[in-house]
Design a protein around this ligand. Structure first.
Ligand code: NOJ
Ligand code: CA
Length: 543
């Protein structure tokens, strides 16, 4: 058994800071309905008891909150909405005492338009060194009234906004998030300082926002438009390659070589995980070469449709792609940018059963798994009413956006705000549904069949069965059954519509009931296998 660094097979729980727990008291002694750092600290025992190894906290830095923290005005301070630096210190200290690691978010592709650099750029005017930290260009057409190229913002509309003196600046996201020019050495130097600032405070790692985006094609040439619109997360599954002069340029890897040296210069296995929506598993693996970042989110897994064959393919491809990089795969089903996976899998009881089955499968795979807050409660995507929507993409496109997966967590009680924070009877920053009483942490802790109880059992089982396992993983589809073999365990997921005979072996854990010796549809099971005559026995902990 090889000893791997902590992140290699860690289960990391994503905390969306605004929606996890509201702990900062306001004048009336209640919270303000927006989650914060003291709220997270107060719930760290919950995460320890859940059985995760680490948490990743979304941005809590000084920000006008146009993209809820992904628009940073000061990279080295805490926004008063979320507390102060001392609160972060206390969070880190408490987490470490409880045996939890902490990863923070780093947003290097763009700043807020309220960042001192962008304000200075606007004030200094065309041709100035201040403007050279961003991507200001003249427009095209008569009087430069057309944007400099044909790129679209991810949040809808053109990726360019014109300033009063006639120049345009690039923003691949909201107009309040101007893209930095990473070809300017000042930018790299600034971010090295930011890395060191948080490493010195004791964070265990970074989640790197838009890691594939920092460098753009040097000439900012037009994009050859895709023939059909690209769906989120389609690319690694369908293998349709698009022309993307704004993403995944080769120069970006130099940034991560520099960061790796910084990370390695600190004790304690500091790490970084890339959010890189690259087009292929192979290009994703380039971000985790031995002298670059440690991990990259595997969005291919998240985008896989409900099919045994598709699951087997993505498992096989993901493992093969990272093998050469001497890293380990990651697995993720939900985050704050995508529809929650029980809803993606059809919603209702079927969606939830599938969600649990996919999770149980994921937790048996080699490498590291990322969970998104609320999935352990079986939360579904919420249909947030238009007047309550806050996602900048909603304002730019008129489409619902991501608010539905960002609704504050229900902790206790029977009516909003379900113990989240804020005065009794109030609603938090995104309103919660009226029918969440049975989904609170409090009510699920009292129910051994709840999704929360299942997650706790599954995480305990993962530790007991797979800790340190280095064996080969083999995935295949046998009709509608996904079958994965790893470390003396056979993981079987029934992705079909009929019950299947339960394969031989001792049941270690299942995602749902196994009535009468069958594996029902939408259910997964871990079985101790007997192939070598050596049956793996159930772990000593009670599952
Ligand atoms: C990815 C983040 O996950 C998302 O929430 C954000 O809007 C964009 N990057 C822009 O920073
Ligand atoms: Ca608060």
């Amino acid at each position: 058994m090889t000893r791997h660094p902590w992140w290699y097979d860690a289960v990391v729980y994503q905390v969306y800071v605004r929606s996890f727990a509201d702990g900062l008291p306001t004048g009336d002694g209640n919270g303000d309905g927006i989650g914060d750092l003291p709220g997270i600290t107060s719930r760290l025992p919950y995460l320890r008891d859940l059985g995760v190894d680490a948490l990743w906290i979304t941005p809590f830095y000084t920000s006008p909150q146009k993209d809820h923290g992904y628009d940073v005005a000061d990279y080295s301070d805490v926004d008063p909405l979320f507390g102060a630096l001392a609160d972060l210190d206390e969070l880190l200290e408490t987490a470490h005492r409880l045996g939890l690691r902490v990863i923070v978010d780093l947003v290097p592709n763009h700043t807020s338009d309220q960042h001192a650099w962008f304000r200075a750029a606007l004030a200094a005017g065309p041709g100035s060194p201040e403007r050279a930290r961003y991507l200001f260009r003249s427009g095209r057409g008569k009087d430069g009234v057309q944007p400099p190229n044909n790129w679209d913002s991810i949040f809808g509309g053109p990726a360019w906004t014109r300033v009063p003196d006639g120049e345009w600046y690039l923003h691949l996201f909201d107009a309040s998030q101007p893209d930095l020019d990473w070809r300017n050495p000042e930018v790299g130097d600034m971010f090295e300082g930011v890395l060191r600032f948080w490493l010195d405070r004791g964070v265990d790692g970074f989640r790197v926002d838009v890691a594939h985006g920092l460098y753009k094609d040097a000439a900012l040439r037009d994009q050859v438009r895709p023939r059909k619109p690209k769906k989120a997360a389609e690319s690694m599954v369908e293998r349709v390659l698009h022309d993307e002069p704004m993403w995944d340029q080769p120069e970006v890897h130099e940034v991560y070589r520099r960061w790796r040296k910084v990370l390695d210069s600190y004790p304690g296995e500091r790490m970084a995980v890339a959010e890189a929506w690259t087009q292929t598993a192979a290009s994703m693996a380039m971000f985790i070469r031995p002298d670059e970042l440690h991990q990259a989110f595997n969005f291919g897994w998240l985008g896989t449709p409900w099919s045994a064959e598709a699951f087997a393919d993505v498992i096989t491809d993901s493992i093969a792609a990272v093998a050469a990089a001497a890293s380990a795969p990651t697995w993720v089903l939900s985050n704050h940018d995508v529809e929650r996976h029980p809803t993606r899998y059809g919603g209702g009881p079927v969606g939830l059963a599938r969600g649990r089955a996919a999770t149980l499968t994921m937790l048996a795979l080699p490498g590291s798994a990322y969970l998104y807050q609320g999935e352990e409660l079986g939360l579904e995507q919420v249909d947030v009413p238009p007047e309550a929507r806050q996602d900048p993409s909603w304002f730019r496109t008129g489409k619902p956006g991501r608010d539905g997966c960002r609704v504050p967590l229900p902790w206790s009680g029977t009516v909003p705000p379900y113990g989240f924070g804020g005065p009794a009877g109030s609603q938090p920053w995104i309103p919660q549904p009226d029918d969440w009483a049975n989904l609170t942490v409090e009510s699920q802790l009292a129910d051994p069949d709840s999704t929360l109880a299942f997650y706790r059992r599954a995480l305990a089982a993962r530790r007991a069965v797979f800790a340190g396992a280095d064996d080969e993983t083999v995935a295949s589809a046998e009709d509608d059954l996904l079958v994965v073999r790893r470390a003396g365990v056979r993981i079987v997921l029934n992705a079909g519509t009929y019950p299947a005979p339960l394969p031989e072996g001792e049941v270690l854990i299942s995602s749902g009931p196994l009535p009468g010796g069958v594996l029902p549809p939408d259910t997964a099971v871990w079985l101790g296998i007997t192939a070598s005559g050596q049956e793996r026995s159930a772990p000593s902990t009670s599952l």
